[in-house]
Write a protein that binds this ligand. Structure first.
Ligand SMILES: [Zn+2]
Length: 360
């Protein structure tokens, strides 16, 4: 399930656009650094190496992308097949429609998932679940218009019980970060995204694979641009921005709840809201709201393609789409790291990149 890109193709693309005209792996970009991690020097290296001008003065910022608008590339890192359709799917569909390339990296095959749709809980499904999830992912990928690759790790499952049972041997969550991030570093260097999206440090929700997805995304974001790290995995490439999904916030749920009640219908969110500890709300972290209501139908179609995981009668569809489009027409993110200048709040994951000017 490899996408039709290769290091050679990426290089060819770059040559076509003249970005490589100085014969360096990348042009240094202009502009400063902003965002919560401004000033961080993690992953930055510099200095002349081996007297080779091609490798001189390479810094993380130097490796950040300078590009033309028709080359925008977004990499969305997810834990399981279906996560891409429930987190940021409308955003991805929007950027695909605008001509960007969007690649989903799916860390695991979702092998330890359950059949969560009663209509699919039938003989023949459980036995073939891993294969079915690959087929569902292929359909969702087509619906969203994205490219997609599996990173090849094995689902850790969601441990349940008190005390929690140990994680299964060999699962994604147990692979050391340095090793687990390697396929993602290779992918970043091959696909060369300007923007990477992932989960926050709590995984968005406490599934060990989601937390691990966060860990390897941050690690790979730092490492991919550093020629001293994973030198065997391709030419360094430093993405410019790293985002965390922030769509499931208290204000959004409240707004949807109130709109449903105002329409005289029964809200599915009452119990959630009663149990929602405001201390655990993440809405104050939102820096970026991407308007994408037009693509909510695409998102929902992609979700439904994951037929074993998504119950069309279930909570994902409990709020009418029109209500969502009217009341909360965005998908929301936290800009966790940026190597380009942007003004917050943002409404575009590529803000600060579209307007980059190649000056050298
Ligand atoms: Zn998941």
């Amino acid at each position: 399930m490899r996408v039709h890109t290769s290091w050679g193709a990426a290089r060819e693309l770059r040559n076509r656009t003249g970005q490589d005209r100085a014969g360096r792996p990348d042009f240094p970009r202009t502009g400063g650094t902003s965002g919560p991690w401004a000033g961080s020097t993690a992953g930055v290296t510099s200095g002349t190496r081996d007297g080779d001008p091609r490798r001189s003065v390479r810094t993380a910022v130097d490796n950040a992308c300078v590009t033309a608008p028709d080359q925008l590339r977004l990499l969305a890192v997810h834990a399981h097949p279906d996560d891409e359709s429930s987190k940021g799917a409308a955003t991805m569909a929007k950027y695909v429609a605008e001509g960007a390339r969007v690649l989903v990296a799916t860390c695991t095959g979702g092998e330890r998932g359950s059949v969560l749709n009663p209509a699919m809980d039938r003989p023949g499904v459980w036995e073939r679940l891993p294969q079915i999830r690959v087929e569902e992912m292929a359909r969702a990928r087509e619906i969203l218009g994205v490219e997609q690759e599996f990173l090849g790790f094995v689902d850790s499952g969601l441990p349940e019980g008190d005390p929690l049972p140990p994680l299964p041997e060999g699962c994604f969550a147990l692979v050391p970060v340095e090793e687990a991030a390697a396929p993602l570093v290779e992918l970043i260097r091959r696909f060369r995204p300007q923007v990477v999206t992932t989960y926050d440090e709590r995984g968005g929700y406490p599934h060990p694979d989601h937390i691990k997805t966060h860990d390897i995304s941050v690690h790979a974001f730092e490492a991919a641009g550093d020629p001293d790290r994973y030198p065997e995995l391709g030419e360094p490439w430093q993405p410019s921005k790293l985002y965390y999904h922030m769509s499931f916030t208290l204000p959004r749920t409240k707004a949807l709840h109130e709109a449903i009640l105002a329409a005289g219908a029964e809200s599915p969110y009452g119990e959630w809201l009663e149990n929602w500890d405001p201390a655990h709300d993440i809405s104050h972290r939102v820096t970026t709201r991407v308007p994408c209501a037009e693509y909510f139908p695409v998102r929902d179609a992609a979700l439904i393609a994951h037929a074993t995981q998504i119950d069309p009668e279930g909570r994902w569809f409990a709020c009418p789409m029109e209500t969502q489009q009217e009341v909360w027409p965005t998908e929301d993110y936290e800009l966790a790291r940026s190597l380009v200048d942007t003004t917050q709040p943002e409404d575009d994951l590529f803000a600060g990149i579209r307007t980059e000017v190649v000056v050298r």
